[in-house]
Each structure stands twice: as structure tokens, then as C-alpha cells.
Design a protein around this ligand. Structure first.
Ligand code: FDA
Length: 300
């Protein structure tokens, strides 16, 4: 019920544009690493100093105007330059709808190809984030197309989808981030029960750890993390075959603790002014995240 409320709020266009005008109020500051590249790079440097790498998301999604998608692409190209000129340990996370997937398939393909080519020149990896079900297949198709020329591209498998098991086998050769899934999906395409999603999540992680190239386990769930630690030990999977990932601002002590234990760790760094949809999805996943809002408001 609460989850549905926040998911519906995340798609509200009027609130979204209002939120951009209001700035980083409502606590978004604690989970968004700045509104511009300079602020974001400062956050990345601080996190790198703790032995943690970063994946950078220039916030934005569900763009329906070509000009807006072009601006997003330009901004992402500027992030590529900033990663290189500051020599930070970071790669990119990109949502296809931000660079035109809802406008025109070829337009999005061209935009993403340009970004992947620019990143490739500096040896920077590009992760294509996965969005809701209607964007899944076209996103995979675009990745397939680009990977004919470039190898610095990977993507995400969302465990709530019934098709995830087939996808993980098909995309076994990619560097994959495995997540539970953040969008509201119908019972025709996705598990609805948390227990089913969690079970499938573990199955997919184990499969890719055993058979894949490199696995990013993206979760704040300590039960999953503890299971993975045990699993890699029992199966002699070396640390350089996987990493843990969490979102900026969440479970900071656990993030730092895992890095200190010697695991590869990567923090997902969202930045920019278009934070509203991202923030609402975090509240949908875990209403307790509202605590972050309270802390932000009262700690001014
Ligand atoms: P979940 O929300 O299932 O919580 C399980 C348990 O973990 C909780 O009951 C609690 O015990 C503990 N826990 C969770 N959060 C906690 C907190 N903040 N503090 C204390 N305990 C906590 N989704 C998507 O569809 N496409 C994508 O591309 C991505 N990309 C992505 C990148 C990264 C780095 C992350 C971490 C996540 C994503 N996601 C995503 C989101 C993902 O699909 C999922 O919605 C969220 O990670 C929430 O699920 P969790 O596995 O984190 O724990």
C-alpha cells in the first residue's frame, strides 16, 4: 500500500517539476551527492579515499523531448571528462529513458553509443541501468548492438522478473549488476511476493558468481550479503570476480566495513537536480527511509 503510494508519487510530473524548482529539500540531500559535477566529484573523492569505487548516475529518466535527451547526453559526456581529468575511481550508470528510449530507438542507440565510445577512450565502464518492464527488451537490444563494437558496457538483471533466469544465462558474458528490482510490475511478468523475489535473487547471484565474468551484488540486505560471503568462501571465488554495491547515503557503516574487510565495494552516486523520482522509489522500497528525511530536516 505505502509502496504503491510512493511508486505513484515517483511518476507524478507536476510534483517532479515542482521538486526541481524547490531544490534539494525534503531530505534528498542525504541520498543525492550534489546538484552539479563539481559537488559530485568532491563526494566521489571522499568515498574513493575510503577505498570504495563509485558508479555515477546523472539523475534523470522518462524524458520525452529530444532536446532534453540531448542535454542529458552532453551532461553525461561532461561527467566522462570529469572522471578522467580528476582521475577518480568511477564509472557510469545510465538510464536509457533519460537519453531518448521513449522518443526513438535509434536516437537512444546513437546517444548511448556516443557515450560508450567517449568512456572507452579513457577505459571507463558504462552500466546500463534497467528500468520498468516495457523498457527491458529494447534496452537489452541496444546493449547487444553496442557490444558488437565496445566491451566497456554491462547491465542489470532484476530478480523480480520471471524472465531473469533466462536473461542471466543469455547475458552471462557481460559484467552484470544483480538487483531485486525497484519498479511496480504486474503479476503477469514479475514475482510479487518478497520471499519469491529474495529466493530468485540468491539463485541469480550464485549462478553468475559461478559462471559469469564479474558480478555486482547491489543490495542493502545484510542477509544476502552474509550469504554471499559464505558462498564465495565455500566455492573459492576470488574477490576480484565480484563486488558489493549500495546506494549513496544508505548503510554507510556497512559500506565502509565491507571495504575494510577487503571486499571490492562500489557506491552508486546519484547527482543532479532531477532527484524526485529516484528519491520516491527509495521511499517505496523502505518507508523507514523517511527517517533520512526527518534527520535532514531537523539537522539543518
Ligand atoms: P530490501 O529493500 O529488500 O531490504 C531487505 C532487508 O535489508 C530489510 O528488511 C532490512 O533488514 C535490510 N535493509 C534494507 N535497507 C536498509 C537500510 N537502509 N538500513 C538498514 N537495513 C536495511 N533497481 C532496478 O530496478 N534497476 C536498477 O538498475 C537498480 N540499480 C541499483 C543499483 C544499486 C547500487 C542498488 C543498491 C540498488 C539498485 N536498484 C535497482 C534497486 C533494487 O532493485 C532494490 O529496489 C533496492 O536495492 C532495495 O532492495 P534491497 O535488496 O536493497 O533490500
Amino acid at each position: 500500500m505505502t509502496k504503491d503510494l510512493f511508486i505513484n508519487l515517483s511518476k507524478n510530473k507536476v510534483l517532479n517539476s515542482g521538486a526541481q524548482r524547490w531544490g534539494m529539500q525534503l531530505g534528498a540531500k542525504s541520498v543525492v551527492a550534489g546538484t552539479n559535477i563539481e559537488e559530485m566529484i568532491e563526494s566521489v573523492k571522499e568515498i574513493n579515499a575510503q577505498g570504495i569505487s563509485c558508479t555515477i548516475d546523472n539523475l534523470g529518466e522518462f524524458v520525452y523531448e529530444k532536446e532534453e535527451a540531448r542535454q542529458a547526453k552532453e551532461q553525461i559526456l561532461a561527467v566522462v571528462e570529469a572522471i578522467n581529468s580528476n582521475q577518480v575511481d568511477a564509472h557510469l550508470s545510465i538510464k536509457p529513458t533519460q537519453i531518448g528510449l521513449d522518443i526513438d530507438y535509434d536516437f537512444c542507440l546513437d546517444n548511448l553509443t556516443e557515450i560508450v565510445a567517449a568512456a572507452d577512450r579513457y577505459g571507463i565502464f558504462v552500466n546500463v541501468d534497467m528500468e520498468n518492464h516495457s523498457h527491458l527488451q529494447p534496452s537489452f537490444d541496444i546493449i547487444d548492438e553496442i557490444s558488437k563494437t565496445y566491451t566497456n558496457i554491462g547491465t542489470v538483471i532484476q530478480a523480480y522478473f520471471f524472465r531473469a533466469e533466462e536473461d542471466i544465462q543469455k547475458y552471462n558474458d557481460y559484467r552484470l549488476r544483480i538487483v531485486k528490482g525497484a519498479y511496480k510490475e504486474s503479476e503477469e511478468v514479475a514475482f510479487q511476493d518478497k520471499k519469491d523475489i529474495d529466493q530468485n535473487y540468491i539463485r541469480l547471484i550464485e549462478y553468475h558468481l559461478l559462471h559469469g565474468k564479474f558480478t555486482s551484488i547491489a543490495t542493502h540486505d545484510h542477509h544476502v550479503i552474509n550469504h554471499v560471503k559464505q558462498f564465495v568462501k565455500e566455492n573459492n571465488i576470488p574477490n576480484n570476480k565480484f563486488e558489493f554495491q549500495m546506494l549513496y547515503g544508505f548503510r554507510k557503516e556497512l559500506q565502509q566495513g565491507l571495504a575494510r574487510e577487503g571486499y571490492n565495494f562500489c557506491t552508486y552516486i546519484p547527482f543532479g537536480t532531477d532527484w524526485y523520482g529516484y528519491f520516491m522509489r527509495r521511499l517505496a522500497e523502505r518507508p523507514q527511509n523517511i527517517n533520512l528525511v526527518a534527520k535532514q530536516v531537523f539537522n539543518k
